[in-house]
Design a protein around this ligand. Structure first.
Ligand code: SAH
Length: 229
């Protein structure tokens, strides 16, 4: 007997991605595929609604970004997340985007997370282990480090893609330096009112910056200032 679908086939993560496509936020097939493969539900602390389009608290005065922001950043960075490329995720929090980056760059690429709250680094590592990016974590093509992301992560620089998940008062110079010519950084800049900036490093090393949209992120700051709230 033919059965097109049953209740159990209705996956909520897939439903979230369908909505992102319906509202025109995801237009890329690749980004849809990656967000379908990495289950956001594994990255949102228990009791919260992972598939709702809203940021959610993850402790330590931090939040996981809303699905539409994750989708927007993945799309803005898609050309810089091709197989074999290197990606840096600053303020990696839950590890969700780092896990998505690892799938996009594949086993020959690198996805590096930097997060300054050690407990969140442990949390993100556990989340990634349960996800479709468990293998890259095992292989070492995905790695999450404890550190001050304002310094970037020089070990694997230069990067094709840099994502910053917290708002900086201004663009940290080390991050510009660690961007490859042809590379792109997506970073929220500002204090209360913030703009999501797209920073492209041209082949001659010069920088082009444009504003994508207005956003509201937690600050890129010191660990002490963040924990004080
Ligand atoms: N993309 C992450 C965003 C988490 S919120 C996600 O969706 O899960 C921003 C994160 O930036 C927080 O986890 C916070 O602890 C971290 N952060 C803030 N300032 C930082 C800094 N100077 N260095 C590293 N991480 C920082």
């Amino acid at each position: 007997m033919e059965q097109f679908w049953s209740g159990s086939a209705i996956n909520e993560n897939k439903g979230m991605v369908d909505n992102l496509q319906r509202y025109g936020i995801i237009t890329s097939r690749k980004v849809a595929e990656v967000m379908e493969t990495i289950d956001r539900g594994l990255f949102v602390p228990g009791g919260r609604q992972p598939y709702v389009d809203s940021p959610m608290p993850i402790g330590y005065n931090a939040t996981i970004s809303a699905p539409h922001m994750h989708a927007t950043c993945l799309q803005l960075l898609e050309k810089n997340l091709q197989p074999g490329m290197r990606a840096l995720d600053v303020g990696s929090g839950t590890g969700y985007l780092t896990a998505c980056f690892a799938l996009m760059v594949g086993p020959g690429g690198r996805a590096i997370g930097v997060e300054h709250i050690p407990e969140l680094v442990s949390f993100s590592t556990e989340n990634i282990q349960k996800s479709a990016s468990a293998q890259p974590l095992k292989d070492g093509s995905l790695c999450v480090h404890v550190g001050d992301g304002r310094q970037g992560w020089p070990e694997f620089a230069p990067y094709d893609a840099i994502h910053v998940g917290a708002a900086a008062p201004e663009i940290p110079q080390p991050l510009i330096e660690q961007l490859k010519p042809g590379g792109r950084m997506v970073i929220p800049v500002g204090n209360i009112f913030q703009d999501l900036k797209v920073v492209d490093k041209n082949s001659d090393g010069s920088i082009s910056i444009r504003t994508e949209t207005s956003v509201r992120y937690v600050p890129l700051t010191s660990r002490e200032a963040q924990l004080r709230g």
